[in-house]
Design a protein around this ligand. Sequence first.
Ligand code: FAQ
Length: 310
Amino acid sequence: TEAQYQQHFDDKIAADIAIEAKDWMPDAYRQNLIRQIGQHAHSEVIGMLPEANWLTRAPTLRRKAVLLAKVQDEAGHGLYLYSAAETLGCSRQDIYQKMLDGKMKYSSIFNYPTLNWADIGVIGWLVDGAAIVNQVALCRASYGPYARAMVKICKEESFHQRQGYEAVMAMANGSDTQRAMLQDAIDRFWWPVLMMFGPSDADSPHSAQSMAWKIKRHSNDELRQKFVDNTVPQLEALGMTAPDPGLIWDDAAGHYRFGEIDWSELHEVIKGRGQCNHERLQAKRRAWEDGAWVRDGAMAHAAKNAASAA
Ligand code: FAQ
């Protein structure tokens, strides 16, 4: 019966046994995962755009090759995640179309522009750094296909974070102009990166249920704190500062304290009114339309093959 299935599911969650694609699961669990994994997949592919903006203008061939590899990795992450979402019974095309129609979200961070090369280093260091803190926790998510995708993604993401830090180290050791560019990029990205972890726990509608289901293992605020604690020593090693006068070490707590996030900014960006929301969706819609001939060609080729096989 339904009650027995539910009991079996609850027992597995309690015992930390992964839920697999063909297992019974409550419909709300399935829908919540499609929402989160789908948004995560969209973030990976939209996240290619701000960095791709600098591929043709990378300062050296080495930096260009590294950035190209990183951007390609993000496409791969999108593909693993769309596949993980599909194991839950949704269609990739359906959730992709919802993203194009503005009916599904992607991470707020990709609605900020990349104005210069320093932004690319800062994205690798801070954006991928934040993504890792969030995704390491998701390696233990209760849904097996999602957790396993995260393991591979985290390995690649950790290379991304290091290439970003290596790029910002070069700028921090460079001229005064380079140091000023780097500081400006940090000043613009610092707060939006803290917003990547989502609303505060008090204002996070999905958290309680996602924690009970062990999809989320740590709350938004816990992960944000972990990121700040990890990152401030790296900031100091660069000789740079954060645009937050409230950022101080709290010896008793063993954590950095930081100022209040401007939640109205996060809400505006999530609602589609960030600096680049329109541009990002336009770029993806154009790519989808411009790629129609490839899809049509592939379908015609498959139909021809099927006909000749018959
Ligand atoms: N942006 O109740 P909660 C990357 C939405 S890293 C936009 O707290 P939840 C790597 C949220 O969806 C970035 N929307 O929700 C990379 C919900 O809306 P809904 C991607 C946000 O799910 C680097 C509502 O607010 N990583 O791509 C944001 O429990 C460089 C209420 O929020 C992931 O997606 C936001 N920042 O917790 C790629 C990680 N925050 O659905 C390229 C997986 C919240 O009700 C280049 N996701 N919202 O309409 C998660 O861990 C979770 O979904 C959270 C949000 C923590 C993001």
